[in-house]
Design a protein around this ligand. Structure first.
Ligand code: PRP
Ligand code: URA
Length: 212
């Protein structure tokens, strides 16, 4: 398997197990969402490993002690609509104070080109670390367009987190943004002629929201 410098697969038995259930076409909408919450939380735990800490002094019931807390501004979570929304709840369980922005993008069914229809993020995001969220990295068009918009307004610290990535998407994304790390639960085989990831898990938005 080809390796990519800016791709990190979060390799964990629980994530693998849960993702297998998500891939199964018989999995219900309810369970699909619950599993997406759980995997997102597990992945966020790993991805935030490098958050800076500051030393603080705490008074326990017994004595004063030095301890640690997260330093700096709260991170910003930015889901790519629609399916990225499904990743927010799980991460908020770990980082309840995270700020939240939204980017609305869909793929034109014929050209597979990304169409942006909404962009609203916290005003001071350029001073914060941003985690961009979408379960699927297929051609990479949606993720590339999103990063482009974030960079345009001066955001420098960006991580992209997805569940399933296609090699084509990783390749395209890495060519344009080799400086942005992609975190994925799995790197799949390829895209089909309609731009779906194989084996993938189908249309993430439709399975999440029950629209098909
Ligand atoms: C899906 C998915 C990603 C995008 C990935 O969204 O949630 O945003 O496709 O494909 P790409 O890497 O080729 O851009 P979709 O376009 O189906 O929009 P929707 O969630 O609004 O239905
Ligand atoms: N978007 C999805 O939701 N699924 C795919 O397989 C590809 C793009």
């Amino acid at each position: 398997m080809k390796t990519y410098k800016n791709l990190k697969i979060i390799d964990h038995p629980l994530i693998k197990h849960k993702l297998s259930i998500m891939r199964d076409y018989r999995t219900s909408k309810k369970e699909f969402k619950e599993l997406l919450d759980e995997i997102s939380m597990l992945m966020a735990y790993e991805i935030t490993k490098d958050l800076p800490l500051k030393e603080v002094e705490i008074q326990t019931p017994l004595k004063k002690t030095k301890s640690y807390m997260i330093q700096g501004k709260k991170i910003v979570l930015i889901p790519i609509l629609r399916a990225g929304i499904g990743m927010i709840d799980g991460i908020l369980k770990l980082i309840p104070s995270a700020r939240i922005g939204h980017i609305g993008i869909y793929r034109d069914h014929n050209t597979l080109r990304p169409i942006t229809y909404y962009f609203k993020i916290p005003a001071d995001s350029k001073h914060r670390e941003v985690i961009l969220l979408d379960p699927m990295l297929a051609t990479g068009g949606s993720a590339i367009a999103s990063v482009e918009k974030l960079k345009e307004i001066g955001i420098k610290k960006i991580k992209f987190m997805c569940l399933v990535a296609a090699p084509e998407g990783v390749e395209n994304f890495s060519k344009v943004y080799p400086d942005v790390m992609i975190y994925a639960a799995a790197l799949d085989d390829r895209l089909d002629e309609l731009g779906y990831i194989l084996p993938g898990l189908g249309d993430a938005g439709d399975r999440l929201f029950g629209t098909k």
